[in-house]
Ligand binder design. Structure first.
Ligand SMILES: [Zn+2]
Length: 477
């Protein structure tokens, strides 16, 4: 399937080049092929809609090639003839891909559509305009598009793609042929990933691929991206995948639900702390809701109640820098509501915080006394400590290209102090984060130098997970 070099990402190497390489969209492919077979001159304009990552743009490119191919095989593009080559290598002005979501196109999309679409194609049979995320076009651009597709013009074909069909004007919808792309179901995704693994000689467990399929939520692009990330491990096992991608197995979710049903708040909090050390808690909430959905008949009352707690968590989790706190507040509320605990809201979370706050104040008192005897330079240094930008770490790691690394470093590390010459980072001792940080250390040092305009010594303080969490709680005060 893939002839691209191994250095290319899996997503690039396994992007379909023909209709027959696509998975799960046969309902569309049959119609497209039938149309091409019956009368290729009637081919006009298309709107491909459906969830993100379901290969809409990829299909648009295949369709563009199939329409122009000089030697199609069963209506698939050959990818070898002059026309296919021109499109694959972007060497023709007759094939244009426009991303309506990108600002750079906002100004000239109208002009491209109005002025250029009418000219005869130079090298291809038909000019093809692919407009991705077409619902983002301006009103003026929609009007220009409408004018162009209203008039029959056999030289040009528009292939529009969107994730939000309801935002595309009815006037456009009524003039194009619509194709609905579907999310890839779990079993099909697993079998697709298994094929890639076999092809690449990856050692894998089926359960691991099921986990990847679950978090990809039917988006094949994401699934292949995750597979690419875990392919660096010696074996793609469910354990490795769950640790590397911060996702939970069904067993972990069940264990958490069992603990919740014990009604013991200490145990629940302990489990939340444990989970927060190696799980993406936003993803965990999503997975829990998925788990409830497939097990609801086992214990309907419990699952209905608990799903409310998770819906609440999901609504807010994006805005919480420390999701474990949100979990604790929600489960505290849940137990309180069930009459399991009597003390009004957040007693344990707040108590914990109060203790830390006191000890933090004590610490600061001591520091103040010490400071009186310190040199001027040290005082300057401690002043700098006071002015830490708490978002600095986020700002630094956002420049790291890998999403997984970014997430791991965000969840396991935080800046504790910044002095004139040194940045002290606390780290919760997670092995995965340790390895990732050491791998990225040079890049992070470079980013810091760029962001702060000078070189800093980066010191890491490895502390226990519990202490790490407590320090973050102080910072929130
Ligand atoms: Zn061809």
């Amino acid at each position: 399937m893939s002839e691209l070099p191994k250095s290319q990402s899996l997503a690039n190497r396994y992007r379909p080049q023909t209709f027959d390489e696509m998975i799960w969209q046969q309902h569309i492919i049959w119609i497209l092929k039938a149309k091409m077979q019956s009368d290729s001159s009637s081919l006009q304009n298309y709107l491909l809609c459906g969830p993100r990552g379901t290969w809409k743009t990829t299909s648009a490119r295949i369709l563009a090639k199939a329409i122009n191919c000089l030697d199609p095989h069963d209506w698939n593009p050959c990818n070898k003839c002059a026309n296919c080559e021109l499109i694959n290598s972007w060497k023709t002005t007759d094939y244009v891909e426009i991303d309506a979501a990108s600002n750079t196109w906002v100004e000239n999309v109208r002009e491209v559509i109005i002025n250029q679409a009418w000219y005869q194609p130079i090298s291809l049979k038909k000019k093809i305009y692919v407009i991705d995320e077409v619902h983002m076009l301006s009103w003026a651009a929609f009007n220009a598009l409408l004018k162009t597709i209203e008039e029959p013009n056999w030289n040009v074909c528009f292939i529009l793609a969107t994730t939000e069909l309801q935002k595309v004007p009815q006037t456009i919808i009524s003039r194009v042929q619509i194709f609905n792309f579907k999310k890839i179901p779990q079993w099909e995704m697993v079998s697709h990933l298994a094929n890639i693994c076999k092809n690449e000689w990856f050692e894998y467990e089926n359960e691991a691929l099921e986990l990847i399929a679950t978090i990809s939520e039917g988006c094949v692009r994401d699934a292949i991206k995750y597979l690419d990330q875990v392919s660096v491990l010696w074996k793609i096992s469910s354990n490795n995948v769950s640790q590397f991608l911060w996702i939970s197995t069904d067993a972990t979710i069940k264990e958490f639900f069992d603990i919740v049903q014990s009604w013991d708040i200490d145990q629940i909090f302990e489990q939340i702390d444990k989970l927060s050390q190696w799980t993406d808690l936003q993803q965990f909430a999503k997975q829990c809701i998925g788990y409830i959905d497939s097990h609801i008949m086992d214990n309907t009352d419990f699952y209905l109640e608990i799903s409310e707690a998770f819906s609440e968590i999901l609504r807010q989790v994006r805005f919480y820098p420390y999701p474990a706190v949100l979990y604790k507040l929600s489960f505290n509320k849940y137990l309180e509501w069930n009459g399991v605990i009597a003390e009004p809201t957040v007693k344990k979370v707040e108590k914990k915080v109060d203790i830390k706050k006191e000890s933090k104040e004590e610490k600061e008192d001591i520091k103040e006394i010490d400071n009186t005897e310190q040199t001027e330079e040290n005082i300057k240094e401690s002043n700098n400590v006071e002015s830490i930008d708490w978002n600095l770490w986020d700002k630094i790691i956002q420049h790291i290209s890998s999403t997984t690394t970014r997430q791991v470093l965000k969840d396991h590390m935080a800046i504790d102090k910044v002095t004139d010459s040194e940045i002290i980072i606390i780290h919760d001792n997670s092995m995965v984060a340790k390895t990732m940080f050491e791998k990225e250390r040079k890049e992070i040092e470079d980013i810091i130098e760029k962001e702060l305009w000078k070189k800093f010594i980066i010191s890491i303080e490895w502390i226990s997970k519990e202490e790490y969490f407590q320090r973050l709680m102080w910072k929130m005060m």
